[in-house]
Design a protein around this ligand. Sequence first.
Ligand code: HEM
Length: 506
Amino acid sequence: MHAQAVGHRPFPPSDAPFRARAPFACPRPVHAHPVPEGREAAPASAGTAHPMTTRSSDGEAACGRPADLPRLYGPTPDTGRDSLWDELRERHGPVAAVELEPGVRAWLLLGYRENLTVLQSPHLFSRDTRRWREVIEGRVDLSAARPTLSWRPNVLYADDAEHTRLRTPIVSALSRVDMAAAARDVRRIADGLIDAFIADGEADLIGGFADPLPVLVLNRLYGLPDGYGHMLGDLTGVVFGDDARRAEDAVVRIQQYFAGLVARKRSAPGHDLASWMLEHANGLTDHEVAHQAALMNSAGHLPTTHLIGNTMHTLLTDERIRAAHADARLSVRELLDHVMWTDTPFQVLPARFALQDVRIGAAEVRAGDALLIGFDPAHRDPAVRRGREETGVVSGARAHLMFGAGPHACPARELARLIAATGVSALHERLAGLRPAVDPVLLRRVPSPFVRGLAVLPVEFTPGEPGPRPAADPEPAPGPDAEEAPREESDDLLGRLFAWWWSLRR
Ligand code: HEM
């Protein structure tokens, strides 16, 4: 460990099994910017309104001008950013300064141990974005920041006692979910989505399956019919789409969905997540429950979508993994863990904010600095890449960081595994002769510094028959064609929202 700088507390503690490798040096421009060969990175000034409003800093960046730093924004290379992580590790050790948005600097944690230790040290690192120096000094406007870097009154952005107050009802509600019944629901919904395209012999497994499945399942766990799930899925799609004006409107509609959900469950409680959070002894207000329910939807959606998508991509493109899964050497659960090591649905997670000056590896982190959790870099850390090269399989190893660690660790990991495993199994069982419809090298990744997944996954298969509906199926198949018009005459907020959405579809 290097000599401690004045006012800096060494971090991780001195018994940590790693050492700083080199004195901290300002990173020179690295040529492995996340730009695929033959393409140009968007210049910092390119594009229209940026999701994050910044003013140029008149202060000294801790190290160099932000423009000199490797960029995490701009197009995602189709091969991912693996070579960037490796080069940064080579040059800077376990922590590197990066540019998160034009002019916005952050530390990226590259080492497995450093990531884990930061996640497990809430006394040194806050999850509350309002503690970010860029926000305090007015260079980042949280109200205009992209959703992952904004602030909401929910558990994800809370620390300490407030975090516990908000998290306990969520954990309690999730513990009351009947997992056997949930498994049947997930399979029914997955089968309904497959029924909508199985006769075509072709489909996009992201848009037609992996994207809608988690939203539909959560909607059921909130105790609402599938039609509401399709509405929520549509609105969520608009939020993540390209039309900023429609996205703003969709955000308001999603707030109405959750406010309406909570109002309905307050007056008529049921056996569902929203009702259980409302009745918890911590006494969350309706407004607070609506925010926690909205978070569960947003936190559960994209990672589950891309866990399914990345798993199907792995099965379609990695012969060794496909063979191991086909002859039952690799169960579907082990397959998911393998993908969470090797093709993480989140490559980077925002963020933690230093509560005091601290040294990590060779980096002098100042109070208020942002630290990005590097899932993908951590999983490529040579310290944990055991045996992968020989077999191609990382099986049975749940020590990946994909569900987080410390106080904010995902409270829904069993549910997430259930949704992803059931979805992958349904596709595997029902789509005979499944193969990619395009050369896999042409597949494009979602352009995000955070998410790691495919925008589309076109496949072909032998056309099949939609499955028979069980006689006692309480719900119509979730495909849009099988939908019925709203049967309820409910005039509450949720009912009016549903009627509005339904009118747009006619
Ligand atoms: C494969 C799917 C999933 C992955 C990889 C995943 C991963 C994570 C991670 C890494 C965190 C920690 C965030 C942080 O430390 O800043 C987290 C938190 C959270 N996740 Fe998940 N998640 C998944 C699915 C779900 C689902 C389905 C739900 C809801 C039913 C959910 C609800 C939450 C909530 C509420 C939190 C915040 C917990 C807190 O701040 O205390 N997640 N998740």
